[in-house]
Design a binder for this molecule. Structure first.
Ligand code: BGC
Length: 733
């Protein structure tokens, strides 16, 4: 539709109609027709609001959505279509590995492909917009939502943010098989105090700008249609009411022109944060700050009219917000085709089709991180191996946000290994949830009703099985429901009964390979002590079992690298590689010196560093070569290394470039990731890997908050992880 026609439409709409266009209700309000029955009226939404609403969330299925849309279009005073939104995070029906795992692939095309498949499936099911990518920078493993992010690094997250937006939207979200992307949660949600979900955030402006904003910016630059506000306060102002954040930074500085949506009930929560006394006050603050769409509260629909009529806020602000919503619908082509790609027939063939499953399997294989291997892996198909542990059968491995994915469609490890045709025996050993425990708020679905006695008997059976083979693959980890939203943990180890299983098996069999399921970095000191190999598989998705079998048996060498440090213990978190120097740097040669920046009881370094991961083969690096050791303003340098596969198997290396600003007007990180390349090498093969170093890569917010590169010396590191010492220096003049 032409822009002028949209402006005309806006002019024709009544005040009520405009206000209701900003309301987003959930699918259950509509599944029985567009009338405020049951839940909607109980929550204070009028029939008129439901009838004139602008968007709906969390409903899917071509038939259902077509029905709702048809009813809506027929009854809406101006026949304005609804836009259907949902959380399609790592897949719709074909589930890819969780985003944190995708980050571990160090290969943005994994995320691009996942987003492309998700968009194809979800759009066929009638959805128009996904609440993804979530690009919050995450450094605190206690926070359950680290699984939704691609990790702790601004550069890695930015590269993935772009890939995800492009995967969902293609070159035009209007096109068949594409979704609009909504980047979230703006801003700083990944740094809740104490790692506790929904908690407040304190970040200096410099840290916000240097570390936290780049990934949102990358998603905006990639053309994301929407931005979602975050639940947290940022320096004491809730994001949803933060004018500086949304008007000055998001709109002015980043140039975002799309619609801003609140997170679920976040407008009403402004009141809970103590910034206003009632919902009317919350509506005023959110509107002034630039929040266009109100997800699931009555703040806008029941109070904006009063605010406008009393002159407390101007109708111009309302018009601006409504225009954003109408423009969003137009960008999605809904005025021409309100049903977009909703297609019942296609739904039957496309969901979980062989091509999508294959892509999900290949993606999963790239995300696994081999942390330890004393030569026990890869397994041989003919040798008899015992697969023990709850995750041999567990199908809750699709990630906490796979709301439309079904566990029945998941390939478990047992199924994957059987399908691979390996010589294996199996024992569950224990449940993934401790005996007698229930995951808070998850009801009977995620609970273990077994008594302690019954649970211990299962361990005994598993020990018998472990005695029968030379090698044991122990499939253990945290439960999917221990990760995700509202799933912060103060103890980041695996459940107790699984630890007991590990100890019991280790007493009778020393050849243990641990396959670790997790939605966050865990404290795995005990596992490290007892296992000869550790393969981190995160929450690998629908094809998890097949992918794990192929990697364990050496069809493909593991090629993932850690997108977040694995802490030594929870006492270290937040722990991240790009920290700052202190005035009292720990001197490892004199650990008796007390007055240094250190802990008395644990090391400073994480158990496994950012970027770390092994392969079934080994790689050797040449020294770093620089095209010049002087770089002038506006100039470029080339930094390169030669990497050689010195082992006996094909494998992938993630060649990582870090830069350290040796001296700055403010303290600078000890190093920062500025590039990476994943290369596959045959045994004996070598490759030259080069990175361009530009002035842009040296910029940061200086003492005056100007974003620029300062003259001086820089150290360039190129190596296999964030601990590499392979370096060269240059001067920027
Ligand atoms: C989450 C968002 C999500 C929204 C809608 C909220 O609780 O924080 O990430 O998109 O719900 O489901």
């Amino acid at each position: 539709m032409e822009q002028q026609r949209i402006l005309d439409l806006l002019g024709e709409m009544s005040l009520d109609e405009k206000i209701n266009q900003l309301f987003q209700g959930c699918g259950s309000f509509y599944t029985e027709g567009s009338v405020a029955t049951g839940p909607a009226s109980e929550q204070g939404f009028s029939e008129k609001t439901i009838l004139e609403a602008g968007s709906v969330l969390s409903v899917a299925g071509a038939e259902t959505i077509r029905k709702i849309q048809k009813h809506h279009m027929e009854n809406h005073p101006h026949h304005i279509p609804l836009v259907f939104m949902a959380d399609i995070i790592n897949g719709y029906k074909t589930i890819f590995p969780i985003p944190l795992a995708q980050g571990a692939a160090f290969n943005p095309s994994v995320a691009y492909t996942g987003a492309e498949v998700a968009a194809k499936e979800a759009s066929t099911a009638g959805i128009h917009v996904t609440f993804s990518p979530m690009v919050d920078l995450v450094r605190d493993a206690r926070w359950g939502r680290v699984m939704e992010s691609t990790g702790e690094d601004p550069y890695l997250n930015s590269v993935y943010a772009k890939a995800l937006v492009e995967g969902y939207q293609g070159d035009d979200p209007k096109k068949p098989g594409k979704l609009g992307a909504c980047v979230k949660h703006f801003a700083g949600y990944g740094a809740p105090t104490g790692g506790r979900d929904y908690n407040n955030v304190e970040l200096s402006e410099r840290t916000l700008r240097d570390d936290y904003l780049p990934a949102y910016d990358a998603a905006v630059k990639a053309g994301a249609l929407l931005v979602m506000t975050s639940f947290n306060t940022l320096n004491r102002i809730p994001s949803t009411a933060n004018k500086w954040l949304m008007r000055d930074i998001l709109r002015e500085e980043m140039g975002f022109e799309g619609a801003v949506i609140s997170d679920w009930a976040a407008i009403e929560e402004i009141k809970n944060h103590g910034l206003c006394e009632d919902k009317k006050g919350a509506a005023k603050l959110a509107m002034e700050a630039g929040t266009d769409i109100d997800m699931m509260t009555t703040c806008y629909c029941n109070y904006l009219k009063e605010l406008i009529e009393s002159g407390e806020i101007s109708e111009r602000l309302l018009d601006e917000a409504v225009l954003k919503v109408l423009e969003l619908k137009n960008k999605l082509g809904l005025f021409e085709n309100p049903y977009k790609d909703a297609d019942e027939a296609a739904e039957k063939t496309i969901m979980l089709c062989a091509e999508h499953r294959e892509k999900a399997k290949e993606a999963a294989k790239e995300t696994f991180v081999l942390l330890e291997n004393s030569g026990i892996l890869p397994l041989k198909k003919e040798e008899k191996v015992a697969f023990i542990g709850p995750f041999t059968e567990e199908k809750s491995i699709i990630g906490a946000w796979s709301i439309f994915g079904e566990e029945k469609d998941v390939v478990s490890i047992k199924e994957g290994v059987d399908h691979y045709g390996a010589n294996a025996i199996f024992a569950k050993g224990c449940d993934s949830i401790d005996p007698g425990k229930e995951m808070i708020g998850m009801g009977p679905r995620y609970a273990c009703r077994r008594t302690k006695k019954e649970a211990d008997a299962m361990i005994e059976e598993a020990v018998e099985v472990a005695l029968k083979t030379d090698k044991v693959v122990l499939c253990i980890g945290e439960h999917m429901a221990q990760t995700g939203e509202a799933a912060s943990r103060g103890d980041i180890t695996i459940p107790k009964q699984q630890k007991k299983l590990l100890r019991a098996v280790a007493r009778v069999n020393k050849n243990i390979v641990v396959v670790l399921f997790n939605g966050r970095p865990l404290d795995i000191r005990k596992i490290k002590e007892l296992a000869k190999a550790i393969l981190v598989v995160w929450m690998p998705g629908s094809e998890g079992g097949n992918a794990i079998a192929e990697v364990l048996y050496g069809e493909t060498s593991p090629s993932g690298r850690l997108p977040m440090c694995f802490p030594y213990s929870v006492g270290q978190v937040p722990v991240f590689y790009s920290e700052f120097h202190t005035g009292r740097k720990l001197d490892y040669s004199n650990l008796d010196n007390k007055f240094q920046s250190r802990y008395l009881d644990i090391p400073n370094k994480p158990l496994y560093a950012f970027g770390y991961g092994l392969s079934y083969t080994q790689f050797a690096y040449s020294e770093v070569r620089l095209s010049n050791n002087l770089m002038e303003k506006g100039d470029e340098l080339t930094a390169s290394v030669t990497v050689r596969n010195t082992g006996k198997q094909k494998g992938a290396e993630v060649v990582q470039l870090y830069i350290k600003d040796d001296c700055g007007s403010v303290a600078r990180p000890v190093r920062e990731l500025k590039g990476f390349k994943k290369i596959w090498l045959e045994p004996g093969e070598d490759k030259e890997v080069s990175f361009k170093i530009t002035e842009e890569m040296l910029k940061f917010h200086d003492i005056n908050m100007d974003y620029k590169a300062e003259a001086g010396s820089f150290t360039v590191y190129i190596g296999c992880d964030s601990d590499t010492d392979n370096q060269a220096t240059f001067n920027f003049i």
